[in-house]
Write a protein that binds this ligand. Structure first.
Ligand code: ING
Length: 325
């Protein structure tokens, strides 16, 4: 029998373009306005995008020292982001915020923090699946230098008990890899939150741009359904100094259905009064991991990085013999 409903006000705050000329203070003012709107519409938590404080700088080939100085945060909160934490405490609302992290020992990660409704940082996630390249491609219309500017995350995919539920975090490209959400699902996550910056154009081959939106939504829906969890994804989007990124911020139910989706490519708040109990039904039945999963047959998933030879072995039967033997 389905359990009684457990409502959770879930908001996604989509951010329109952030240009090179925009200041962190200006961006934080936009985030603050959307946090207020989310709270006024009943949200317990609001999800902001990946690298929310600056333009998507991995599109530019710049000297490392300049990139670190201009685009990374040596502390979180910082003077510029403190208003977000102060408001969270005042309004009693949690949030996810993506930013470029510079650690005390000079390491650089594409990071997100999970902040509760008392403005405590309860969790941190460092992006594991870094797309793009690390070399300069001068012939390309823009770069995608996440493999140059960030290290691979070193803290895994975790789930935190906060705001009355169990929340996992990831970032952008992570959503395209099913392992991301399965590891969260195996930690009993009821909700996965993520931000993204997804260029509309592919610099490697002439991919039809509409596929960027369809593969984005497909990834969210598959993740939600196959792991019986709510998924909330927030875009930074629109044309940043002329470089376009898709919108499509969305909130997806454990059924895999999209229950809210952004209408445009500017600042926009989505709010859903999510029933966390919907996940219970899927976790008890079709995706009852303990009852149905067979890890003894999944070995290749952790043994191999790239695709290799089949496990098929010699033919089971030949034209002169039959399978019965
Ligand atoms: N951006 C893109 C993303 O995964 C990308 C990069 C797009 C890779 C489409 C492969 C296909 O949404 C980030 N920042 O990961």
């Amino acid at each position: 029998m389905s359990s009684t409903s457990r409502r959770f006000g879930l908001a996604v705050a989509q951010l329109g373009p952030v240009h090179l000329a925009n200041s962190r203070a200006g961006v934080v003012a936009r985030l603050v306005a959307m946090m207020r709107e989310a709270r006024s519409r009943g949200a317990r938590m609001v999800v902001f995008p990946e690298l929310a404080l600056t333009t998507f700088f991995p599109r530019y080939w710049l000297p490392d020292a300049e990139v670190t100085e201009r685009f990374f945060e040596p502390s979180m909160p910082s003077a510029e982001t403190q208003p977000l934490f102060d408001l969270a405490r005042e309004l009693r609302i949690g949030f996810y915020l993506g930013y470029a992290e510079l650690t005390e020992d000079g390491r650089r990660f594409n990071t997100a923090v999970l902040v509760d409704d008392q403005a405590n940082i309860v969790g941190r996630y460092r992006k594991i699946h870094l797309p793009g390249h690390s070399d300069h491609k001068p012939e390309a219309p823009f770069q995608h230098l996440e493999k140059k500017y960030f290290e691979v995350g070193n803290e895994g995919f975790k789930v935190w008990k906060t705001l009355g539920t169990r929340i996992g975090m990831c970032i952008c490209n992570d959503r395209r890899w099913p392992e991301t959400f399965r590891v969260m699902g195996l930690q009993s996550a009821e909700l996965a939150v993520l931000g993204y910056n997804t260029p509309s154009w592919n610099i490697h081959w002439s991919e039809p741009p509409h596929l960027r939106m369809s593969s984005h939504l497909l990834s969210l829906q598959a993740a939600a359904y196959q792991n019986a969890m709510w998924v909330a994804a927030s875009a930074k989007c629109g044309a940043e100094d002329g470089f376009h990124m898709i919108g499509g911020s969305a909130i997806v139910a454990p059924s895999g259905e999209i229950v809210a989706q952004a209408q445009g490519e500017e600042d926009e708040v989505l709010v859903v009064n999510a029933d966390l109990a919907l996940g219970d039904n899927f976790r008890e039945h079709v995706f009852n991991f303990a009852k149905h999963r067979r890890p003894e047959h999944y070995g290749l998933i952790v043994e191999r990085t790239g695709a290799g030879e089949s496990l098929g072995g010699p033919p089971l039967s030949t034209s002169t013999s039959s399978l019965q033997e």
